[in-house]
Design a protein around this ligand. Sequence first.
Ligand code: ADP
Ligand code: MG
Length: 238
Amino acid sequence: MGRITLNQITKSFGDVQVIPPLDLQIEDGEFVVFVGPSGCGKSTLLRLIAGLEDVTSGAIKIDGRDATEVPPAKRGLAMVFQSYALYPHMSVRKNIAFPLRMAGLDKSAQAAKVEAAAKVLNLTDYLDRRPGQLSGGQRQRVAIGRAIVREPDAFLFDEPLSNLDAALRVNMRLEISELHQSLKTTMVYVTHDQVEAMTMADKIVVLQAGVIEQVGSPLDLYHTPRNRFVAGFIGSPK
Ligand code: ADP
Ligand code: MG
């Protein structure tokens, strides 16, 4: 299960409130994209959900449980960052297996999960390479593989494709969408790229300065943007 509820959450850094009171419901299995310009609070929101930051006020519930009572590692969430954060001295196999090794899984169970993830991500032929011997797209797939083996209830992606060139971004967009279709796991995906949002999302959350301007399907936002900001950002004619 991966149902995430944000209930009147706020976040301040010192005196600066970057997230005013915000409500949002993310359903189990949904692909939700947070989109908005740089600095609008997308990463902060994701980090709050992941438990990498604490909310200043309000509550986050994950499958009905108050998230503050669940340590980040036990929230059932796996985060994929823009910088792949792979271990350069380890093989692809060891990088993907890393969270399983940390969890104390035995070797054969680790191997089976790594093989399965590698198959999904077309990395089977690359398992013995080091990250330095891979393309940018392959490295990002390794980072996704490391999330998959944990079998999370939800994946949290923070601009995972922004370091890739345009052609690769298109490929990886499709791969992540296909992954969502096959796993049917909740995915929360942050981007400043409206094309990514429009092509990948079930539900788009448009943010400006920490405020949700609109929540809706790509078609809703395109055809009935609530204001000029949404229209301008999504590129619809209003
Ligand atoms: P986005 O991911 O949409 O680009 P962020 O969530 O990174 O935006 O940042 C939102 C706002 O919060 C920005 O004004 C940023 O400077 C501020 N901010 C983020 N993290 C911190 C921090 N650790 N300390 C102080 N300010 C921060
Ligand atoms: Mg960010």
